[in-house]
Design a protein around this ligand. Structure first.
Ligand SMILES: *Cc1c(COP(=O)(O)O)cnc(C)c1O
Length: 365
């Protein structure tokens, strides 16, 4: 077997994968319309659902595409033409949902909130109470911009009270941070294959409340490829995506699911948290500041202020040469870089990273 170099990806996905997931892509060629391949997708759909919901009442619709494809699918497909969606914008990914709604001419209310502080629920409630045309609310669970974790328990209670369907972009929290769709009143949840589930990039998926997705049947489609109901209906009738699936990526996803089950989602999150604790202790000890208080932090991704005399590109190249990939920041007003502690890495990798970071900073100050 060819030796595969192990890179430590500290960018927020695609994440570091196991060799067994990488190699699961090497399979005999197969026409994906064969029943054997349909069975594979059926298995994947069911397992992905069961991480966050009961498979009797919820189902997973798969798409070929990155995470944004499924965010776009849900936003463009589930809001009736006479209604409005409220979108919480407290980071780059919330803003992206607004851009999607805007490009489809969907009537939306943008609720702008601090990228580093929790949402003001009273203010949010006031807006909802004033406008009975709002039928949906969309929020990012773990805002990957900063690591701010929006409180789904509270938003679940609020949306239930006002009879609003809740849409959650859980791209960077799914398969790590605990989620219970039924308890948290979530109608649609979006995630992708290349983050905490630790598979290859190329599959986006929507986990949906079956009753609610059925109710979207008569909404006049605003698009074709990404129409959620069409993809759902086709899958329940045939175990097939409407158009060519990313065949080998799905074999890798199946392997990644088996490995996630073996580790256990709760244990996986514990492993991630342990890496985060190493990073956090290092930052505190060295007076390096990060955005978002620990109380509201996902412990998945950290937005760190770049110290004086340090240049991001220079730091990036230094780490890249050492097998680590770091990621630029995305918050206006703060000069930051990001470190994600997801994927098949552990606290020992983070110890190596922090040691290198210390050396790099000491060399330049
Ligand atoms: C990664 C991510 C996405 C999707 O990004 P793609 O590049 O389209 O895969 C969407 N929302 C959040 C919160 C993310 O972290």
């Amino acid at each position: 077997m060819k030796y595969i170099k192990r890179n430590i990806l500290l960018n927020p996905g695609p994440a570091t994968t196991t060799d067994t997931v990488k190699l699961a892509q090497v399979v005999p060629d197969i026409c994906p319309r064969e029943q054997e391949f349909g069975d594979l997708m059926k298995y994947i759909s069911k397992e992905l659902t069961s991480i966050v919901a009961q498979t009797d009442d919820y189902t997973t619709v798969l798409f070929a595409g990155s995470g944004t494809a499924v965010v776009e699918s849900v936003i463009s497909s589930v809001v009736p033409h006479q209604n409005k969606i409220l979108i919480i914008n407290n980071g780059a990914y919330g803003k992206r949902m607004c851009q999607i709604a805007s490009s489809y001419d969907i009537d939306f209310v943008e609720f702008v909130s601090s990228p580093i502080e929790p949402i003001d629920l009273d203010k949010l409630q006031q807006i909802i109470a004033q406008d009975n045309t709002i039928s949906h609310m969309a929020v990012v669970h773990n805002e990957t911009t900063t690591g701010l974790l929006n409180n789904l328990d509270e938003l679940g209670v609020l949306t239930k009270k006002h009879n609003i369907e809740l849409i959650v972009d859980a791209m960077s929290s799914y398969a790590a941070v605990p989620i219970d769709m039924q308890k948290q009143n979530i109608s649609y949840l979006m995630a992708s294959s290349n983050k905490n589930i630790q598979a290859m990039a190329g599959v986006g998926f929507v986990i949906a409340n079956k009753k609610h997705i059925e109710q979207t049947k008569d909404i006049r489609p605003r698009n074709f490829y990404l129409n959620l109901y069409a993809q759902y209906e086709n899958f329940i009738n045939s175990n097939q995506m409407r158009f060519t699936p990313p065949v080998q990526t799905l074999y890798a996803l199946k392997q990644a699911i088996l490995e996630a089950k073996k580790e256990g989602i709760a244990n996986r999150y514990q492993r991630y948290c342990k890496s985060w604790e190493v990073l956090k202790s290092f930052l505190k000890k060295n007076n390096l500041n990060y955005l978002v208080d620990d109380k509201y932090h996902s412990k998945i991704i950290t937005s760190i202020l770049i110290p004086k005399n340090i240049d991001f590109d220079d730091m990036h190249d230094f780490f890249y040469a050492n097998g680590f990939t770091i990621y630029p920041g995305k918050v206006a007003d703060f000069n930051t870089f990001r470190v994600a502690n997801i994927g098949q890495i552990d606290y020992k990798d983070m110890q190596r990273f922090t040691k290198l970071l210390k050396g790099h900073i000491d060399d330049r100050v």
